[in-house]
Design a protein around this ligand. Structure first.
Ligand code: PMP
Length: 323
């Protein structure tokens, strides 16, 4: 769908996947005025094809758009664009257990202009659909994380809460550092002291103290994950107490060493819930529990995936049926 200032959204169309032709001066190439979303269509056991909370993605898309000086897309148009794409061919949604159709809505600034003084007057909204295999083949495996004390992902007043490409471009160097240090993923810390946990590269984090769950509060510097929000809601149902607050890397390490902090997990659309088995920084390293997935992590994972795949009741009206 195209957008032109003064005219609004126009020319919605379905096209076969293929290259785009854009002017080399198109502003997105130079100033990264861009944003995206990520969600999945699932084939449930009944045969129905559904999405999980697409209106939450629509709302976050528009929050990101406001921060990036881009136009909002009506929430119904966002959801309808996904429905139309999936309905084109139901067979795009994989049938194998744990597999899904990943949907990537995104928007770019398309006005050719080398000047940086004003935002683009034209935009393009597109959606890509791509079948996705189960994140874990051969069972849930804990990830190891690298604590990034050298780089900062987001500072107050910045774009940390928006899902814009620039946040990810600036993160690659820390992700590479994580891998060079033998870790799977980077964990971002606060911009001022590099002590308080913010989030993982593409997931939010939860800390389990027995039957209490703690997750970093949404302070504007981390992405408000839809999986995070869903876990906060279902945690109460499985008898867990929840707190949105803050935790330092020292408290994380001390909690693991004393045994008070029993499990840590990360959550997001791609992997749903991933246990974190160990943490490492420039001057410290420790394991979480015995390094294997804990019962709270597995229970929440089972509950949430049960709702997504239709084996658990959808008491929160999160499932949006496409066909
Ligand atoms: N944080 C970041 C930086 C992410 O890229 C993602 C993935 N969208 C998340 C958290 C988790 O968000 P969600 O649960 O909506 O997928």
């Amino acid at each position: 769908i195209d957008y032109t200032e003064g005219e609004g959204w126009h020319d919605a169309r379905l096209m076969p996947y293929g290259p785009l032709s854009l002017d080399p001066a198109t502003s997105v190439f130079h100033y990264a005025q861009e944003l995206f979303e990520g969600l999945k269509a699932y084939r449930q056991s009944s045969g129905a094809i559904v999405m999980f909370r697409p209106y939450a993605n629509a709302a976050r898309f528009n929050t990101s758009a406001a921060r990036m000086a881009m136009p909002a897309l009506p929430e119904d148009a966002f959801v309808e664009s996904l429905e139309l794409l999936v309905q084109t061919d139901r067979d795009w949604v994989p049938t194998a257990e744990g597999h899904s159709l990943y949907l990537r809505p995104f928007m770019i600034a398309t006005q050719p202009a080398l000047g940086v003084n004003y935002p683009s007057r034209t935009y393009k909204y597109m959606v890509i659909a791509s079948p996705a295999a189960s994140y874990f083949s051969g069972g849930v495996r804990p990830v190891s994380v690298w604590l990034s004390t050298e780089y900062t992902r987001a500072a107050p007043g910045g774009t940390g809460f928006a899902k814009c490409g620039g946040n990810y471009a600036a993160a690659f160097v820390a992700q590479r550092q994580a891998v060079e240090n033998g870790c799977d993923q980077v964990v971002w810390l606060d911009a001022h002291e590099h002590r308080y946990v913010e989030e993982m590269g593409g997931m939010n984090l939860f800390f389990v103290f027995g039957d209490k769950l703690l997750t970093p509060a949404l302070t504007g510097t981390l992405l408000p994950g839809i999986t995070r929000d869903s876990i906060l809601t279902i945690a109460g149902q499985v008898g867990l107490e929840v707190e949105e607050g803050r935790i330092s890397i020292e408290e994380w390490q001390a909690g693991c060493e004393s045994g008070e902090l029993t499990e840590v997990f990360a959550c997001g659309t791609a992997a749903v819930i991933t246990p974190v088995g160990s943490a490492k920084g420039a001057d410290r390293a420790w394991t979480v529990g015995d390094g294997t997935p804990g019962p709270v992590t597995l229970k929440l994972r089972e509950e949430l995936m049960g709702i997504q795949y239709g084996t658990r009741p959808d008491t929160h009206d999160w499932i949006h049926k496409i066909c």
